[in-house]
Design a protein around this ligand. Sequence first.
Ligand SMILES: Nc1ncnc2c1ncn2[C@@H]1O[C@H](COP(=O)(O)OP(=O)(O)OP(=O)(O)O)[C@@H](O)[C@H]1O
Ligand SMILES: [Mg+2]
Length: 251
Amino acid sequence: MILAIANQKGGVGKTTTAINLAAALALRQRKTLLIDLDPQANSSMSFVDLRNVQKNMYDVFLDTSVNIKDVILPTALEYLAVAPARIALAKLEARMTGDLDAPFRLKDQLAQVIDEYPNVVIDCPPALGLLTVNALVAATHILIPIQSSYFALEGTDDLLETIEKVRQRPNPELRILGVVITMHDRRTALGRDIREQIRKVFGDKVFRTVISKSVRLEESPAYRESIFTFAPDSSGATEYYSLCEEVMDRA
Ligand SMILES: Nc1ncnc2c1ncn2[C@@H]1O[C@H](COP(=O)(O)OP(=O)(O)OP(=O)(O)O)[C@@H](O)[C@H]1O
Ligand SMILES: [Mg+2]
């Protein structure tokens, strides 16, 4: 399973989902590689000290002499490794346009490590540019986090169109694994309405597990931990664990 966590909308919970899903898989003793393609590098920071990072995904994309194996770092979790990002990823797209194989870089690199990491989770940036396209071309599945908010579904047409384009040519096997509702407030009528709306559009693609709005989840990145070590008894830990079960069942 190569799972791209993608939605070009900013701040919908992609990184939080990538971090905690990758950690949940690792805690279930599934060997997992978390690839950080978000220039903010929050996924990387949660598991590695960026001061120890020599090479990162930016080098893998731009320097053909750098292999993805050169950037993968171990984490405190035995079954989890991370391929970190760096802020410079933001400048990458401009430098790569024009290269004919630009959309295929990640796919080619992943082919070399997939035997070692049967599960790969990719944290995508909030854009439908070359980095997200690289993730979609390399992925077997996409998981779409949608924030439970008034404009929840805004922009999903563009995302679905991009997925369809990738499916027509470079990656016909790409499947939508599911849609996860994040930052949900089940106490309000608005929250319940939004959930209904999302269900109408995506039907049974919507995961049964809904991620609630939670202060614990919001705080955990600041402590550089997944929710499972930061607040193991919180709702966020239970919900991401249950999302992980659904992901494993569907993949
Ligand atoms: N379930 C939740 N409850 C409360 N806060 C959350 C929850 N999930 C994420 N957040 C917070 O919301 C903000 C955005 O989340 P996150 O960084 O995961 O989104 P993102 O889609 O990766 O954003 P970007 O598009 O900028 O990469 C962060 O401050 C995060 O801590
Ligand atoms: Mg992010």
